[in-house]
Design a protein around this ligand. Structure first.
Ligand code: SF4
Length: 341
C-alpha cells in the first residue's frame, strides 16, 4: 500500500531529445497502479485502503484489459526520461492472477519506445506467492516489495486475516518462494503502536532472519475525528462484517494504533545505531538514504521534497488520483480512458 522510494524517480531529469511535452511537465514520475482496487485477501487492522471500497460500491474491482492497455500506453508515452517504472500495488495485486501481469508485460513490450527502459515492481503481502509467481518475477526481473512488520508476535498484532488470525506463517511461506527463485525483494515494514518500541529487534529480524538488504519503515498515522473515533479506533481486530468508514486525510486526532511521534524517532535512532555500526554499504534503509540525499539537494521521497505530486495513484477503473494517500473524491484528477493525460 505504500510507495517504494527505491523506485521513486521524480528527480530523474534526462530528457529524450525532440520531446514535444510542455517544459514544466515532469520527465518522470512514479505511479502506483491498483489493478484489484482496494480488494485484499487479508484484513490488516490499520489498513487505510480497505475502506476505499466505499468509493466504488457494488463494483467488481478488477482492471479490464482495455484500461490496462490504455494505462500502459499512456504511462510509456508520458515519460520523457528513458527509464520507466511500472509499479503494481493494492489492495493485494496478486488477486488479479498471473495472466494479468503476463499481459501487462506483453503490453509494455508492445508500446515501449526504442531505448526506453522499463522496470517492473509489485508490492504484496506475500501470502499468495508460489512457484509460478516467483518464476514469473524472476524471468521479468520484478522487484517485489514484501510487507513484514517484524518477528511473528509484532507482525501478527495488526497484520491479520478476516478471522483475526495472524498472517506471519503465510507471509514467510511467500518469502521462502522468493528466496528459492532468487527474486529481488525489499521489505516494507510499518511502524505502529505495537512495534514502535522494538526498532533494534525489528531491524535485526529483517536483516538476519529474512536476509533483507533493502528496508523501508513507514509510520502508521491514521487521522480521525471524534465522529469516527468510536468505530475506527480499535486496537484489536474487528469482524470483517464491520463496514469501515471511508478513510480520508482529515481529523485532528489519530487512532491508538498510530505510532507515537517521539517513539517513531526513537525507533529510527535504534535502527540507525545498529545499522551505522554494522551495515553501512551492506543494508540500505530508505530513511537514511533519503536524509543523506536531501543534504545534497536531491529529494527522492515526496515528504522530503519542496513539492509533491510525482506519485499519483491509478484505480482499477482508470480513475487517477493525486497520491496513494489521497485516494478520495477531492483529489480525483480524472479517468484515463476518457481524458488523455
Ligand atoms: S495487505 Fe494489509 S495493508 Fe495491504 S492492502 Fe491488504 S489489508 Fe491493507
Amino acid at each position: 500500500m505504500q510507495l517504494d522510494p527505491n523506485l521513486f524517480v521524480a528527480s530523474q531529469r534526462t530528457a529524450i531529445a525532440g520531446s514535444a511535452w510542455p517544459t514544466d511537465a515532469p520527465h518522470a514520475f512514479h505511479l502506483l497502479a491498483k489493478p484489484s482496487g482496494s480488494t485484499c485477501n487479508i484484513d490488516c487492522s490499520y489498513c487505510f485502503f480497505l475502506s476505499k471500497e466505499a468509493l466504488y460500491p457494488d463494483q467488481r474491482q478488477h482492471m479490464s484489459d482495455g484500461t490496462l492497455e490504455t494505462y500502459i500506453r499512456q504511462l510509456l508515452e508520458s515519460h520523457q526520461a528513458p527509464k520507466v517504472q511500472v509499479a503494481w500495488q493494492g489492495g493485494e495485486p496478486t488477486l488479479m492472477q498471473l495472466a494479468f501481469f503476463q499481459r501487462a508485460v506483453e503490453l509494455v513490450e508492445r508500446h515501449r519506445r526504442p531505448g526506453q527502459i522499463v522496470e517492473h515492481s509489485i508490492q504484496t503481502n506475500g501470502t499468495l506467492l508460489d512457484d509460478d509467481w516467483c518464476r514469473f518475477f524472476k524471468q521479468h526481473r520484478f522487484l517485489v516489495g514484501l510487507s513484514v512488520d517484524g518477528p511473528r508476535q509484532l507482525h501478527d498484532h495488526y497484520r491479520v486475516d478476516r478471522l483475526g488470525r495472524g498472517t506471519f506463517s503465510r507471509v514467510l511461506q511467500g518469502w521462502r518462494h522468493l528466496r528459492q527463485h532468487g527474486v529481488e525483494f525489499n521489505i516494507l515494514c510499518t511502524v505502529h503502536a505495537a512495534n514502535q518500541q522494538h526498532g533494534r529487534a525489528v531491524y535485526r529480524f529483517l536483516r538476519d532472519e529474512l536476509d533483507a538488504r533493502w528496508i523501508q519503515f513507514i509510520p502508521i498515522v491514521e487521522r480521525i475525528d471524534t465522529r469516527v473515533m468510536s468505530t475506527d479506533d480499535q486496537d484489536q481486530h474487528l469482524p470483517s462484517t464491520k463496514t469501515r468508514p471511508l478513510y480520508t486525510q482529515s481529523g485532528n486526532l489519530v487512532t491508538r494504533r498510530s505510532v507515537d511521534p517521539a517513539q517513531y524517532g526513537q525507533f529510527l535512532v535504534d535502527v540507525f545505531e545498529e545499522w551505522v555500526r554494522n551495515d553501512v554499504g551492506r543494508v540500505f534503509v530508505q530513511q537514511f538514504d533519503v536524509a543523506l540525499e536531501a543534504c545534497f539537494g536531491r529529494h527522492l521521497l515526496c515528504v522530503h521534497a519542496p513539492e509533491c505530486g510525482y506519485g499519483p495513484a491509478l484505480e482499477y477503473n482508470g480513475d487517477l488520483y493525486c497520491c496513494d494517500h489521497y485516494v478520495e473524491p477531492n483529489y480525483l484528477l480524472g479517468n484515463i480512458p476518457i481524458h488523455r493525460t
